[in-house]
Design a protein around this ligand. Structure first.
Ligand SMILES: Cc1cc2nc3c(=O)[nH]c(=O)nc-3n(C[C@H](O)[C@H](O)[C@H](O)COP(=O)(O)OP(=O)(O)OC[C@H]3O[C@@H](n4cnc5c(N)ncnc54)[C@H](O)[C@@H]3O)c2cc1C
Length: 462
């Protein structure tokens, strides 16, 4: 007898989570741990493959960090969770569809869009967004056909966070270092053949205001083929030790940079140069980037004591073959979902979605889509706790949506009608197994499939 006939789903509290990155996965984990047995989760993901930026953002030479996916796998294998990969909210699934069948909807869609520098020359060839480069080397299908020209000697990376350091490192790793990672095959060839000898990482403010984490900064000192270079005079300009807002990480960053400034060159063939108090004003070149003009900045104290940067009248022009901007990500609006244009996140209060009339019943947001693109993977766990707490309070108070009951099988049939090419969890497990098998012969953790059609094929192979 079919589930559709006999299971009306009367007792089910159904939660739809949109996005299977860390935020969506932690949310599912918390809900399953803390809620009553009638709570069932459907996890929707626009790609066939799950885990968001753990697969498509974290650098390939950081396999330990990527291994957090084991925690997410355990959650996804829970009997009260179903995974619907290759289902895009906006394209296949609308808010109305979800309201029809779910008591609560949690948006965990991240902040996928690049932040522009908004300076002249930004549209020249060889002016690249880190979002594109990162997606490309990680084999995200949206970016796999992009091309990056690494045939010159110097690249400039604009930004003072870990993404800037990831980009710089990926530009400087050797073929051997890359070959043992899960970097996408198309990127491996281009990166291994790169002519880039020097990468300048350019920060608007000083060392104590940079958003690097200590391990990522320390790692630069251990690159096999690149020396790290820091100018002591530039550090002195930033007036180290004067930022009252500097936390322990920032103070340790400043120490690490002092150590780098004192370190002699060891004669490695490549260099990573960390520069401070510089803002790009324009990218120049005929058709493609050839140089960058930067303003020398100075720090000044705001009335609250915090240190900001402002341009002086000093300018410096640096020849460069390519520029990568890594100055942040921002969210994009989902159809029918209130969006805070100012913060570029889904409008919310502590995780409850806020419409013009106030809190929207049964709609929640979590992770980068909720608080903006900051924090490491673990930060999303605490963040998911907060959103889940609000959802469970609303469940207890009878404030969720009240759709007509539907059985599991009937609901699945409804979703498969909207998107016949759903990839379920066993389908993802087959993609995963296939990628790992491809990697085995070459000593790599996996060889990623980078086209949706290939993924759908692998998902079907028994
Ligand atoms: C380049 C880079 C490197 C990083 N490296 C590290 C690191 O080394 N260590 C660390 O701790 N943190 C790192 N982070 C931070 C970490 O990745 C984030 O904190 C975390 O991924 C944010 O989780 P999230 O779930 O909010 O967003 P995401 O990870 O972006 O997940 C969002 C998910 O939603 C899906 N989605 C989007 N729109 C839709 C839609 N319309 N319908 C269905 N699904 C949708 C996406 O495909 C994606 O799977 C890095 C971040 C970046 C950008």
């Amino acid at each position: 007898m079919s589930d559709a006939t006999y299971d009306t789903g009367d007792a089910r509290v159904r939660v739809a989570i949109i996005g299977s990155g860390p935020a969506g996965s932690y949310t599912a984990g918390h809900l399953l741990r803390h809620s009553a047995p009638e709570l069932h989760i459907d996890l929707f993901e626009r790609l066939p493959t799950p885990w968001g930026l753990v697969r498509a953002g974290v650098a390939p030479d950081h396999p330990k960090i990527k291994s957090v996916d084991r925690i997410f796998e355990r959650t996804a294998e829970h009997a009260r969770l179903r995974y619907f990969g290759n289902v895009d909210f906006g394209e296949h699934l609308t808010l109305e569809h979800l309201r029809q069948h779910y008591n609560a909807i949690v948006y965990a869609v991240g902040t996928p869009v690049d932040r522009a520098m908004e300076i002249p020359g930004e549209d020249l060839d060889r002016s690249y967004a880190a979002t594109d480069f990162v997606g490309w080397y990680n084999g995200h299908p949206d970016f796999r056909d992009l091309e990056f020209d690494l045939r010159g000697e110097r690249a400039i990376v604009v930004g003072a966070g870990n993404v800037a350091l990831d980009v710089a490192r990926m530009l400087l790793l050797t073929r051997d270092e890359l070959a043992s990672t899960d970097v996408a095959d198309h990127a491996l060839e281009v990166l291994a053949a790169s002519a880039i000898k020097e990468v300048l990482v350019v920060a608007r403010r000083g060392p104590e205001q940079a958003a690097f984490t200590n391990p990522e900064l320390l790692e630069l000192g251990e690159l096999s083929a690149a020396d790290v270079v820091v100018d002591a005079a530039e550090l002195a300009l930033a007036g180290e030790g004067h930022d009252p807002g500097a936390d322990a990480t920032a103070r340790r960053n400043a120490e690490i940079l002092q150590e780098y400034a004192a370190r002699p060159l060891s004669g490695k063939p490549r260099r990573i140069v960390l520069r401070f108090l510089l803002s790009p004003l324009a990218l120049e070149g005929s058709g493609q980037v050839e140089s960058v003009t930067l303003a020398r900045n100075e720090l000044y104290a705001e009335s609250d004591g915090s240190l900001r940067a402002r341009a002086t009248d000093k300018r410096v022009t640096v020849a460069a073959h390519a520029v990568f901007r890594a100055i942040g990500y921002r969210g994009s609006a989902l159809p029918g979902v209130p969006f805070d244009q100012h913060r570029s996140v889904i409008a919310n209060e502590g995780g409850r979605v806020l419409g013009e009339e106030g809190v929207r019943p049964g709609e929640y947001v979590v992770g980068w889509a909720k608080r903006g693109p900051s924090g490491v993977i673990g930060t999303n766990k605490k963040d998911a706790n907060e959103t889940v707490d609000r959802l469970l309070e609303d469940l207890a108070a009878g404030r969720l949506l009240a759709p007509a009951p539907i059985g599991d099988a009937a609901l699945e049939a409804f979703i498969r009608e909207l998107q016949p090419a759903v990839v379920d969890y066993p389908g993802w497990a087959r993609i995963d197994r296939h990628e790992r098998q491809l990697g085995e012969s070459s000593g790599r953790p996996r060889v990623k499939l980078t086209r949706i059609a290939e993924m759908l094929d692998a998902a079907k192979q028994k």
